[in-house]
Design a protein around this ligand. Structure first.
Ligand code: FES
Length: 107
């Protein structure tokens, strides 16, 4: 085992892209929705500059909230998961990411 510094300075955004079978007992955020949202957010955050441009935007497996509608997004470091409509909440999510990544996180 060895340590290595993270290549991102302000934090990580995890966008769920968990896809469940149609007959699953609970819903999934969806692979296509999660991946499309991650791609958009990554590009928009980079273009926006500021702290949001220096965070990492990644897809993840289930974040544990499994909404009926929308995609779960975790802002790390932090203790909140937001569920967003991937079409109508994009700008609000970008604004939230910018604000979150502007906070000092103990580094
Ligand atoms: S499937 Fe996305 S949070 Fe569980």
């Amino acid at each position: 085992m060895r340590d290595s510094p993270t290549p991102w300075r302000h934090g990580v955004v995890l966008v769920c892209d968990n896809q469940r079978p149609q007959d699953a007992s609970k819903p999934g955020c969806g692979r296509a929705q999660g991946r499309a949202l991650r791609s958009w957010l990554k590009q928009a955050a980079r273009q926006g500059g500021g702290p949001g441009a220096a965070c990492r935007v990644l897809n993840s497996s289930c974040l544990g909230v499994c909404p009926e509608h929308g995609v779960a997004v975790a802002l790390e470091p932090g203790d909140q998961i937001v569920v967003v409509d991937p079409a109508t909440d994009r700008q609000a999510l970008l604004d939230r990411v910018q604000a979150h990544m502007s906070k000092p996180h103990g580094r």
